[in-house]
Design a protein. Structure first.
Length: 432
């Protein structure tokens, strides 16, 4: 209940007796003393201050709802001012059977006393399982409108683009042909490869090509400490996508969202993987128009059931950028920096095997070197080829540890030819 009470003292035109003034002082010192407040209300009512008496009786009722004296005083105060009138003849609305109409009384004093309980028809946000007030509804997930990024914005990687076009984009762009050949307008594609090679950017480009909405989902969007909330969050992601079709759901770091259940000790994570499998199957729901893309650096840690036909049944290896891609990435990261006489061709050759993130780091390091020289000499100088080649020489490609681990998998755990594409690349690059 509120600790502060409104000032109900009458204006200058309505004089009060010294006794009422003394009682007001006492009530101000002990605002929760119900008998004292009722005594003041009765004196106010006898003195003809009906409105002030209503306020005092209402506050007494808010602290003692069953107090018979408070109810009787409220009934008198709500009627015509008649100090000599008996309590049994209130002018306030009375229901059949002589019971006081509390709904009408509440309406009369609603602008003074807030309701003790929410109305049954009040529209309030539902509470979460933990009572936090965060219902975790589908609107809580960000849905990006169709973006302007297209596959043409992805530098190089022509083989990747051709495979995407043939295996994924063409059926989705031609719904009539898909229906003719019995191909449902749904799909799942797993992108895997070394970190920093543009898997997320490619996923956004696919959404742009399809003119579809885009939802990016990571482990932090789904995992919850409360039992059952993680599964519910996963369901809400797909419910949002089904309402926003066509929509691309991008599952980032799939090895965290869909780790092998045989290696998972926590029941909550196993249940989350089970829920993801259910959503991909579309049991009880229609997934037409929902395209699922997933990315991982370690596909060998993903639960095998997720790669079953009908789920994430198509796999695409995203390798470090080739020569044309490195050229485009380097030019992009140097476009707003002060450069002079930069031989991009030499730099492209010197960065073979670098990821997109590595190339960005090369440009950042070269800019840092030129900045420090300018600060030391007091003369601003441009970034040149020497800065960039020096940075490339000092940086070790972040893809090397990944290929070291992937080589063992491709050679000794290539069940069903899952990693044939990776094996072919390793042989071609002489990394075996």
């Amino acid at each position: 209940m509120p600790d502060e009470f409104p000032d109900t003292s009458p204006g200058p035109e309505a004089a009060e007796s010294p006794l009422i003034g003394s009682l007001r002082t006492a009530v101000a010192a002990a605002p929760r003393d119900v008998p004292l407040r009722l005594h003041l209300a009765e004196l106010l009512l006898d003195a003809g201050h009906g409105d002030a008496a209503v306020v005092e009786a209402a506050f007494a009722l808010s602290h003692a709802p069953g107090n018979a004296q408070a109810r009787a005083l409220m009934a008198r105060a709500m009627g015509e001012p008649a100090p000599a009138a008996p309590v049994e003849q209130p002018a306030a609305p009375v229901q059949q059977g002589g019971r006081f109409d509390w709904a009408a009384a509440e309406q009369e004093v609603g602008d003074v006393v807030p309701p003790r309980f929410a109305r049954p028809d009040a529209k309030e946000a539902p509470l979460a399982v933990d009572g936090s007030g965060d219902a975790g509804d589908a609107s809580a997930y960000d849905v990006d409108a169709p973006g302007s990024v297209r596959l043409a914005d992805v530098g190089g990687m022509q083989e990747v683009k051709d495979r995407l076009e043939a295996a994924f984009l063409t059926p989705m762009r031609n719904p009539e042909l898909s229906r003719l050949y019995g191909k449902s307008l749904r799909g799942g594609l797993l992108l895997y490869g070394p970190p920093g090679c543009g898997k997320t950017f490619i996923a956004r480009a696919i959404a742009g090509e399809l003119g579809a909405n885009f939802i990016s989902v990571s482990i932090s969007d789904v995992l919850d400490m409360w039992v059952g909330n993680s599964e519910r969050n996963m369901h809400e992601v797909f419910e949002t996508a089904r309402r926003q079709t066509p929509c691309v759901v991008f599952l980032d770091e799939l090895d965290a969202l869909g780790a092998k259940r045989s290696r998972t000790q926590h029941n909550g994570m196993r249940n989350t993987v089970n829920q993801l499998l259910t959503e991909l199957d579309g049991v009880g729901d229609v997934n037409d128009g929902v395209f699922v893309l997933a990315a991982t650096n370690v596909p060998w840690d993903v639960d095998i059931a997720l790669r079953r036909p009908g789920r994430l049944d198509r796999t695409l290896l995203v390798l470090p950028p080739d020569g044309p891609a490195r050229d485009a990435i380097l030019r992009y990261h140097l476009r707003d920096r002060p450069i002079e006489s930069v031989d991009v061709g030499r730099l492209v050759k010197a960065t073979d095997g670098f990821s997109g993130a590595d190339l960005a780091h090369v440009c950042e390091s070269a800019a840092e070197s030129a900045l420090l020289d300018s600060a030391r000499t007091g003369t601003v100088r441009m970034i040149n080829t020497k800065d960039l080649l020096g940075a490339a020489k000092a940086i070790r490609p972040s893809t090397e540890p990944w290929f070291a681990a992937a080589r063992n998998v491709a050679m000794f755990a290539n069940e069903g030819g899952t990693y044939d594409e990776l094996l072919a690349y390793l042989k071609k690059a002489r990394k075996l």
